[in-house]
Design a protein around this ligand. Structure first.
Ligand code: FES
Length: 105
């Protein structure tokens, strides 16, 4: 499955291994703008992305911890805001497009 990250005016599409998170995948592929201070525990809100395109409705719902941290993002929270560490890579979300938030902390 593939995921596209938009960062500023650029976009990068990467091949994803199922089981990693969208945060890990971004770091592994040197996608800029993801800080991920807490290492993927829904405790820092520095892996903020906006889900923009693709199979958006196949994403799992925002969890309670994620919801709480999304109120602490540096860039404004929008209805399509997610923490990328809380999105596991699956075949179902092949083709998803996310925009990395401009400011993470
Ligand atoms: Fe910290 Fe996602 S890496 S909340």
């Amino acid at each position: 499955p593939k995921i596209t990250y938009r960062v500023g005016g650029d976009s990068t599409t990467v091949d994803a291994a199922v089981g990693t998170s969208l945060m890990q995948l971004a770091l592994q592929n040197a996608v800029s703008g993801i800080v991920a201070e807490c290492g993927g525990n829904a405790m820092c809100a520095t892996c903020h992305v906006y889900v923009e395109d693709g199979p958006v409705d196949r994403l799992a719902d925002v969890g309670a911890a994620e919801d709480e941290m999304l109120d602490c993002t540096m860039s404004p929270r929008e209805p399509n805001s997610r923490l990328s560490c809380q999105i596991p890579m699956t075949d179902e979300i092949d083709g998803l497009v996310v925009r990395v938030a401009d400011e993470q902390h």
